[in-house]
Design a protein around this ligand. Sequence first.
Ligand code: PGA
Length: 242
Amino acid sequence: MKVLIFDTKETLFESLSHYYINEIKANPNIHLGLATGGTPVPLYEKLIEDHKLNKTSYKNVKTFNLDEYVGIEETHPQSYRTFMNETLFNHIDINLNNTKVPSGMASDLELEAKKYDKLLDEHGINIQLLGIGTNAHIGFNEPGSNLNSGTIIAPLTQETRDANVRFFNDMSEVPTVSITMGIGSILKADKIILVATGANKAEAIKNTIEGYITKDVPASALQTHNDVVIYLDKEAASLLSK
Ligand code: PGA
């Protein structure tokens, strides 16, 4: 794993957005695996800024999101589909039909998971973007998850629900189940970029990079992939030993 440590969040996202813009320009048909959560928002803001200023085009780009809550409609303000539309897709020239988010409202969720894996296998992801949970989850693969699985229907831990309650009116509204690319699905991407900012991610990052590969630390499975780049600010890197 390659680890890049930046003095500030600003310099991290400056560098990361340049990387993405160059990749998109070099391959206008690129397949991007995208993530939700607070971490990637500054990246998406910079991609929008660049699209407006420099006309970098997303007309032929395809995107595949990691996960979605089960039991809330696509149009719910906190669905990950809504998040992606509002945070990125509505502000660039991407064709919404080329943006995929698994459905958390499918009547047969197991079938939806299978269909999502088929879609991922048919297309393939060039660059998968990841955030990381304070418990080292990636997507919604919580500690204890199988490190090889395809897309799964996965319960959310209380820690994750606590972290996400800020987006809802109260805990009773926070979903308890998700549909998420499995760690096996994530590891099929050609390249993986994990981004973490802030001291609350420092322990998860230390365990991911310096710990054993274990189900208790889902992101530790990234050690088995041959092209992973981890973008950290100083705070997220603060517990690393070197
Ligand atoms: P965050 O979430 O970016 O909002 O911290 C990351 C994650 O849970 O994967």
